[in-house]
Design a binder for this molecule. Structure first.
Ligand code: SF4
Length: 230
């Protein structure tokens, strides 16, 4: 193990991320906790700079079609597997219910990679219209907050909160932040995404080969820096 600390200057402010890099080869998925730390740093910097409308107890965006990464789907499936009963059974039942209630959209959900931008937007609107809550939403709050996907961390809205309930008529504006989610997708997964409701049944494209942790984290940080420069 090697202790690594990386300091990024985000919006003029230094933000340090410290983590333990394993010396032995790891898969990108094993670095997910590190990617989350960078994501948290980006989010903290963005929140300090601009006010956001998101508030605890507002779970409106948790009824959207939430696109997560393949490695996150596997992590969420493992998280649910490790839950004690009867919570595990309850969460699994909510996933099954979400999949069943979205059956009319299944063909488009499975063909999501072939949809053009307009098709993706329509799919998101049609999914939201079904009102299916994320299986992890409890009392309008995220029940897996420390383990939530990168996209959930990085979705910070600064349009009025009530607009989120009517995305067909109100364009929702999110803070322009440097996204760990995008860096992970482009670097390690060819831009693919998985609907969160499919996390427990998703079969990944292929298992990534383990390799040295440090170069992977360095590539990830370079991807963040190039996003910031765009
Ligand atoms: S994982 Fe948590 S934050 Fe993300 S959609 Fe589900 S309940 Fe909401």
């Amino acid at each position: 193990m090697a202790e690594v600390s990386i300091t990024l200057r985000i919006a003029g402010e230094p933000k340090s991320v410290a983590f333990t890099a394993p010396e032995e080869p790891v898969t990108p998925a094993e670095l997910l906790p590190v990617f989350r730390q960078f994501s948290n740093a980006m989010v903290e910097a963005a929140e300090a700079k601009s006010p956001v409308s998101c508030r605890a107890g507002c779970g409106t965006c948790c009824r959207q079609l939430v696109p997560i990464r393949e490695m996150e789907a596997a992590a969420l499936a493992a998280l649910v597997d490790a839950m004690p009963e009867p919570r595990r059974a309850a969460v699994r039942a909510r996933f099954a219910d979400a999949v069943e209630r979205s059956a009319l959209l299944r063909e488009r959900l499975d063909a999501r990679g072939a949809l053009d931008r307009a098709g993706r937007v329509q799919l998101k609107l049609d999914f939201f219209a079904l009102g299916i809550a994320c299986p992890f939403l409890e009392n309008e709050s995220c029940s897996i907050h420390p383990d939530r996907p990168l996209i959930c961390r990085e979705h910070l809205v600064n349009t009025p909160a009530e607009w989120c309930a009517d995305p067909a008529h109100h364009p929702i504006r999110a803070l322009p932040i440097v996204r760990a989610d995008t860096a992970v997708a482009n670097l390690f997964e060819g831009g693919r995404w998985v609907p969160l409701i499919d996390a427990l049944t998703y079969a990944p494209h292929s298992a990534a080969e383990p390799s040295a942790a440090r170069p992977m984290v360095e590539s990830f940080v370079r991807a963040l820096i190039s996003q910031a420069a765009e």
